[in-house]
Design a protein around this ligand. Structure first.
Ligand code: GSH
Length: 296
């Protein structure tokens, strides 16, 4: 088999450790832990191990929404998993998520504690446990789960496909960028048509389907993902933009996207969250200011 661009796949694929892409240092073709390290455990029944990527903030937004609804049992500790440092490959993390990806949740309200991995499974676990943000009517529940699983199946084409080749690959390659830009545009159009006649993805009710989709497609149309808003002409998605703007104003969303965030404006970074007061007292700007004031 030979190809026009000069690459001929070998008979057996081998691992090229330095492929020049943005995350080459954490990509590997094998699973399992690279080092022994236990995960910390805080004071609340829910222990989250995560980072504020689009998949990570789905869970912190839901937890903050639950707390705003008065569900005190949704109090949680959120520990930082720095995926660029390889924290997802520790023995402790792999025991919670054998797939070594954030987010991962340990629910200590059961004995023994219940592990949950995959952001969609975590959203469903919490929504079912607290009977919130998941419609009780069977048809609406089916609609909600359809949009939740649509997101789980679609976003890898947006992130791993379009985002990878447009923003992270070592060079700009026309074929994969065209292929995945087309798919990203198609996915946005799926949502835009649904949101033309519906305030939220399941109608009038804000649910885990919106919480799952917002950090990907909402962030994309608001210009927060891959600096690709102009390239994908997202302004044509008027309904997704209206939906994203409304969701972005929710207090729980504003807090949720700060948790386990280690980049951007320091006021918007809360590296670890153990208490509701942390949003006022422990943001990174405050921690940096304290360090500067401390005597050497
Ligand atoms: N399907 C998974 C995807 C999770 C995922 O891809 N997490 C990324 C960050 S957004 C990660 O942990 N990457 C680390 C790695 O690939 O080693 C979910 O929705 O939970």
């Amino acid at each position: 088999m030979s190809e026009e661009n000069g690459y001929t796949p070998p008979k057996v694929w081998t691992w090229d450790k330095e492929d020049g892409s943005a995350f080459a240092n954490i990509n590997r073709p094998i699973a399992g832990p690279t080092h022994e390290k236990e995960l910390p455990v805080g004071k609340h029944p829910l222990q989250l191990y995560s980072l504020a990527t689009p998949n990570g903030v789905k869970v912190t937004v839901l937890l903050e929404e639950l707390l705003d609804e008065g569900v005190a049992e949704a109090e949680y500790d959120a520990f930082l998993i720095n995926i660029l440092d390889g924290d997802q490959f520790s023995s402790g993390f792999v025991a919670v998520n054998p797939n070594s990806k954030i987010p991962a949740l340990m629910d200590h309200s059961t004995s023994p504690p219940t592990r949950v991995f995959e952001s969609g499974a975590i959203l469903l676990h919490l929504a079912e446990r607290f009977q919130k943000f998941l419609p009780s009517d069977a048809s609406l529940r089916a609609e909600c789960l359809s949009w939740l699983f649509w997101q789980m199946g679609s976003a890898p084409y947006l992130g791993g496909g379009f985002g990878h080749f447009y923003a992270y690959a070592p060079s700009k390659m026309e074929y994969p960028i065209n292929r995945f830009a087309m798919e990203a545009k198609r996915q946005l159009d799926v949502l835009d048509r649904r949101l033309a006649d519906n305030r939220y993805l399941c109608g009038d009710e804000y649910t885990i389907a919106d919480i799952a989709n917002f950090p990907w497609y909402g962030a994309l149309v608001l210009g927060h993902l891959y600096e690709a808003a102009e390239f994908l002409d997202v302004t044509s998605c008027e309904n997704v933009t209206r939906w994203a703007k409304e969701i972005s104003q929710r207090p729980a969303v504003k807090r949720g996207i700060m948790v386990n965030r280690t980049w951007g404006d320091e006021k918007g970074q809360l590296h670890e969250r153990h208490d509701a007061s942390d949003f006022k007292l422990k943001t990174q700007d405050k921690i940096s200011a304290e360090k500067e004031e401390a005597p050497a």
